[in-house]
Design a binder for this molecule. Structure first.
Ligand SMILES: NC(=O)c1ccc[n+]([C@@H]2O[C@H](COP(=O)([O-])OP(=O)(O)OC[C@H]3O[C@@H](n4cnc5c(N)ncnc54)[C@H](OP(=O)(O)O)[C@@H]3O)[C@@H](O)[C@H]2O)c1
Length: 333
């Protein structure tokens, strides 16, 4: 089969011919129609991710058709159109993942291939209102956004909710979920055009984080926030603490700007804030997110669809932060 195989660090993404996987009794073989990039794929290519092994087929997100099932798998799955939950081995504790938790696409071979093998437990029926390209766009980013926004930050209707860096794949789902839940959503971005696009998706307003006083601009717009979701860290954190209303919640799922260099701890305890770490999500949260997408007929924003052979061009676009929404690979139909 054709696949994007990374054999060493910093290697350009190229199509190679490899063996089609053989499945165990509890597994299925999914014929991948579309796959999507996450920032994680770039971290792996650059060697900035834990548990890297070579050779590896990249890709955590995929939609496709079940082509073959193991002996212990319900026969109803055969030929079904599916999406794959990329959270492997979350374990029994819904609050935190198990020690052997991994994400599809490292160390297990992923979805940038004509076929991927996965445990049948990870299969979910593809929403009928979505194309394969749209369905491939939501598993990893949607799950991360759903847990961070709806469960950890627990954003509720009529609350002011801030989502930072909305050019990010996860952040855009945070916006879509919070808007669908009836929140007053505000955003930040380094690009005014992306803010304007977020407003067309239902956000009430936004500011450019390249302006030195972006936090004061936001405060003037809405007075402050009950809930915030951030993946930048760094100097953003102190500003979020200032922007939080008393008893506010700040959920964090990334650290694009690195360590916190500033901030006044007293503001955190005096305002009774909750600082909430969040990573991916458990199996129930994946099912809940899928139901939410179906109920609200949410359509993931796809920035651009590339052919499998254009994977390097696609990942370069993501590395430059030029995208608005997910970058998708068309694999095979
Ligand atoms: N914990 C988890 O489970 C999990 C899951 C997925 C991702 N992540 C992490 O979350 C981060 C985003 O991932 P992604 O896949 O969504 O990446 P992505 O699509 O490449 O987006 C990265 C975004 O970061 C934003 N950004 C850059 N500088 C910023 C700043 N100064 N303030 C606020 N935002 C800034 C940019 O937004 P603008 O374009 O709007 O300026 C950019 O689009 C990465 O660090 C990733 O590793 C964690």
């Amino acid at each position: 089969m054709r696949a994007i195989v990374l054999e060493e660090l910093n290697q350009k993404l190229a199509v190679k011919e490899v063996e089609t996987p053989t499945i165990a009794d509890n597994e299925v073989l999914v014929k991948i129609h579309a796959a999507a990039f996450n920032h994680r794929d770039l971290w792996i290519q650059k060697g900035q991710y834990a548990g890297i092994r070579f050779p590896i087929i990249l890709g955590s997100d995929g939609s496709g058709t079940v082509a073959k099932i193991g002996a212990n798998v319900n026969a109803d799955w055969l030929n079904k159109e599916v999406v794959i939950n990329p959270s492997l081995n979350w374990g029994n504790n819904p609050r935190v993942q198990a020690k052997d938790y991994v994400i599809l696409g490292t160390p297990n071979d992923g979805t940038f291939a004509e076929y991927v093998k996965v445990d049948a437990r990870l299969l979910h029926i593809k929403p009928t209102h979505l194309t394969f390209e749209q369905a491939a766009a939501f598993p990893l980013a949607g799950l991360t956004a759903y847990r961070a926004t709806m469960k950890r930050a627990a954003a509720k209707a009529s609350e002011n909710v801030l989502i930072t860096g909305i050019g990010g794949g996860v952040a855009l789902f945070c916006v879509q979920f919070a808007v669908a839940a009836g929140c007053n959503v505000y955003v930040t971005s380094g690009d005014d055009e992306k803010i304007a696009k977020a407003i067309t998706l239902g956000a009430k307003g936004g500011v450019n984080y390249k302006n030195q006083n972006w936090d004061k601009e936001l405060k003037a717009m809405c007075g402050g926030f009950e809930a915030m979701v951030d993946s930048s860290g760094g100097d953003t954190f102190a500003k979020l603490v200032d922007l939080a209303k008393t008893a506010g919640r700040i959920a964090m799922y990334g650290a694009t700007l690195g360590a916190f260099n500033s901030g006044v701890p007293a503001k955190i305890f005096w305002k009774q804030l909750d600082i909430l770490g969040s990573t991916m999500g458990n199996d129930d949260e994946f099912a809940e997110m899928l139901a939410f997408i179906n109920d609200h007929k949410i359509i993931p924003i796809v920035d651009e669809v590339f052919e499998l052979a254009q994977a390097q061009t696609a990942i370069e676009k993501m590395s430059q932060g030029k995208q608005f929404g997910k970058i998708v690979l068309k694999v095979a139909f």
